[in-house]
Design a protein around this ligand. Structure first.
Ligand SMILES: *Cc1c(COP(=O)(O)O)cnc(C)c1O
Length: 348
């Protein structure tokens, strides 16, 4: 049976985390002279003078209800960036342990590994952009602590094999992180429904994409209670600002609006996809389960640079392994997509 305590870096096993007086006294009423706050108020119209809830309990309760998980299985971070970093800091011994990424994929898994001096084994996706089970199995060593799976994958856009992912979850004795930043645009249930089956599973989601709250910085790690307890111990005490907690809580009560936006974006996606396909200079529009397309173009780098001159900014992925000639294009509003197509037609 997987036990996160066995995976934990040795020096953290005896860590005494930071505590505040409010860990001992829970309640809104009282005379709070424990945290050296300004009791008069704030210089802003609204008052922000009190420290926010370090464990974000109201927010987690609401999320748990929406997502159908236990609130003890939720860790909230300052963007997904924070849980990505904390997973390294908790489980990967610098200069010794390894992780596996399935490339091409989201850049932060490697950047964060590099910052933490953890070595990365890069396994290439197949030519269909799917997980290469044989190559992953070969890459696993007794130093491998984490396998990163991004699904739908950035920058290729596609969902990765459920069967292979499941087989890795079952056979690998370290953590399997499935990054579902784009799950709202995909046509499959989330892996969070299977948290109770796999104690080594961490599912990342974010408020930055479908919810339209990228500037607030909130990422979610759904995981076993054991893993969550570890992440809670090493995080900064007040990692989510009060403004973020309050605004996200309000947003979660407006689920319909999110779903409406997703519906609109899926329509825009279909429309943009077929327009891109009909363009001269487009070699291939890869199928997508996300809110962006990977598009293979003739002279991709040049197209990218010429569109910048027109103030249309795309993401050049032409230098990325398996993405040669590729540009990543986010699905915009109808007007933005029209503008993009117009500018692309004007090239040559
Ligand atoms: C955009 C994106 C995120 C979001 O990161 P935040 O820090 O939550 O904004 C996470 N993972 C992937 C793969 C992404 O593309």
């Amino acid at each position: 049976m997987f036990d996160p305590q066995k995976l934990l870096r040795p020096h953290l096993k005896t860590l005494v985390p930071y505590t505040s007086a409010r860990d001992e006294y829970k309640g809104d009423e009282g005379v709070f002279l424990d945290a050296n706050e300004n009791p008069i108020g704030s210089i802003t119209e609204e008052n922000w003078n009190r420290y926010p809830d370090p464990y974000q309990l109201s927010l987690k309760a609401k999320l748990a209800e929406i997502k159908g998980v236990d609130s003890n299985q939720i860790f909230l971070g300052n963007g997904s960036d924070e849980p990505i970093d904390l997973i390294y800091r908790a489980f990967c011994e610098p200069g010794n342990d390894e992780v596996i990424i399935n490339a091409p994929t989201y850049g932060m898994y490697k950047v964060s590994a590099d910052i933490n001096n953890v070595s990365v084994k890069e396994v290439l996706l197949t030519d269909k952009f799917d997980l290469d089970q044989g190559a992953i199995n070969k890459a696993i060593s007794d130093k491998t602590k984490v396998i990163w799976i991004c699904s739908p994958n950035n920058p290729t856009g596609n969902d990765l094999s459920i069967e292979i992912t499941e087989s890795i979850l079952k056979s690998f004795n370290g953590l399997v992180v499935i990054d579902e930043a784009y799950i709202d645009f995909a046509d499959r249930p989330s892996w969070i429904n299977r948290l109770n089956e796999f104690p080594n599973l961490i599912v990342l989601q974010t408020m930055s994409k479908a919810w339209g709250l990228a500037a607030l910085r909130m990422g979610i790690a759904f995981c076993s209670v054991g893993v969550r307890t570890i992440l809670d111990k090493i995080k900064a005490p007040y990692n989510l600002s009060g403004l973020t907690q309050r605004t996200v809580l309000d947003s979660l009560k407006n689920l319909d609006k999110k779903e409406e936006m997703v519906k609109q974006l899926l329509l825009n996606r279909d429309q943009l996809g077929s327009e891109l396909e009909s363009l001269e200079g487009v070699v291939k529009v890869y199928p997508t389960d996300a809110n962006f397309f990977l598009v293979k173009m003739i002279n991709a780098r040049e197209v990218y640079l010429r569109l910048i001159e027109k103030k249309v900014i795309l993401r050049d992925r032409s230098g990325v392994v398996l993405c040669e000639g590729g540009i990543r294009i986010t699905v915009g509003t109808e007007e933005e997509n029209e503008r993009l197509i117009k500018e692309l037609k004007k090239l040559k």
